[in-house]
Design a binder for this molecule. Structure first.
Ligand SMILES: Nc1ncnc2c1ncn2[C@@H]1O[C@H](COP(=O)(O)OP(=O)(O)O)[C@@H](O)[C@H]1O
Ligand SMILES: [Mg+2]
Length: 375
């Protein structure tokens, strides 16, 4: 996938950005607070995902602006497409979103079209951070391969909230325990399915990260990542989410009902699962050095991109926001070498970080100042 053109105006501090992107490397250089991350964020929003830095809709529009506009042209392996996004201050709810000129009701409906992998300094903690971060990583990565997985995840969240609400009712004596069963059935159905998808993704991920990690450490350390379920002892070779896996899930909910009612919420299920990263048999989270944690994160992110390329036949666009400057030279080189062939957008303060020997033959450098491209 290649982004051909980017227009961004009024999105946060961005002002009249109108560029043709290079199919190879696009390097955005600028001091702090000039709009580099805002530009990466504007591109990212067009993938239909929520902002990676948690920006809410009402903060999209520049402080002194009346509207924000983002337009992207991109080409995937089938055709050229265009995405348009506009929001006005007068009526922020009513966003104008279009895909190839056709109106789309919600940004999230764009998901599955333009595929990007974003990599920020926060992602360097992915292997050691909370399980929550790793679940999000796995869920997003698996959704990029199978769009319908998003619906299963949303459905699970809905049922979980309802079950938790029912637990509260039971605690207060407003309902009896039978009230949980209807939610248990649905939670077990969706949860078993999600467990299988996540486990499968982790196995695929593991195949890629193993060799990528080997490249970073020159074969001195062995990296492994696997899915850790709070429901199943092992999911190895299992795909029968409607059969026995469903029953195990359902029984587990029944078993933990007393504890759940005491705690006031659902204690086990896919919302508590983890993807565990291990180096030479030791958990990265507990025992990994900073270097190992970072190498693990790099391997995971690059694997995410490789898997999209190989499974969909379309390489994702890589968005590296200020991440190279956080890495030593060896790891910088590792990242750049292993995303070769993909279009990449890199931001940094010092151009030497991304382009140590000047503007690369296969790329272009843009200077960004005050939300504008400095020609
Ligand atoms: N809604 C907004 N309107 C105008 N400016 C904004 C808005 N939100 C953030 N900014 C400005 O954007 C700048 C930060 O941009 P950012 O892309 O994070 O910079 P960097 O180049 O360091 O990545 C700050 O100056 C901030 O005040
Ligand atoms: Mg930034």
């Amino acid at each position: 996938m290649v982004i051909d053109s980017i227009y961004a105006d009024g999105y946060k501090n961005l002002c009249g950005i109108d560029i043709k992107a290079h199919p190879g490397m696009n390097i955005f250089v600028g001091d702090n607070a000039q709009g580099k991350t805002n530009l990466i964020e504007a591109i990212w929003l067009m993938t239909g995902c929520r902002s990676f830095r948690g920006t809410r809709d009402r903060d999209f529009i520049g402080f002194d602006k009346e509207r924000a506009d983002i337009r992207l042209g991109y080409t995937d392996r089938e055709r050229s497409q265009s995405i348009g996004f506009a929001v006005k201050r007068q009526n922020m709810r009513d966003k104008e979103i279009t895909l190839n000129g056709v109106k789309i009701p919600l940004l999230s409906r764009l998901f599955g079209n333009l595929k990007c992998v974003v990599f920020t300094p926060e992602d360097l903690a992915i292997a050691k951070g909370s399980p929550d971060n790793r679940r999000s990583f796995i869920d997003l990565s698996a959704s990029q391969l199978k769009i319908s997985f998003v619906y299963a995840l949303n459905k699970y969240d809905n049922i979980l909230s309802q079950r938790n609400a029912a637990i509260k009712d039971i605690q207060m004596g407003l309902a009896n325990r039978d009230a949980l069963d209807i939610w248990d059935v649905q939670l077990a159905k969706t949860g078993a399915y999600i467990s299988v998808i996540r486990d499968t993704y982790c196995n695929t991920l593991n195949n890629y990260t193993k060799s990528l990690y080997n490249l970073i450490t020159e074969g001195n350390e062995e990296f492994q990542i696997y899915y850790q379920s709070t429901i199943y002892r092992s999911l190895e070779g299992r795909t029968d989410h409607e059969g026995e896996l469903y029953e195990i899930y359902y029984d587990k909910l029944k078993q933990s009902m007393d504890d759940d009612i005491r705690a006031g919420y659902t204690l086990c299920g896919i919302h508590r699962d983890d993807a565990v990263a291990v180096i030479n048999g030791l958990s990265v989270r507990e025992f990994g050095s900073q270097g190992q944690q970072r190498s693990a994160a790099l391997a995971m992110k690059i694997a995410q991109a490789r898997i999209i390329s190989e499974q969909t036949g379309d390489a994702p666009v890589m968005l590296l926001d200020d991440v190279l400057s956080e890495l030593d030279v060896k790891r910088q080189r590792f990242v750049l070498e292993n995303i070769e062939g993909m279009q990449v957008f890199i931001t940094c303060c010092d151009e030497r970080t991304a382009a140590p020997s000047g503007v690369p033959a296969n790329g272009e450098m843009f200077r960004i100042k005050n939300g504008m491209i400095d020609r």
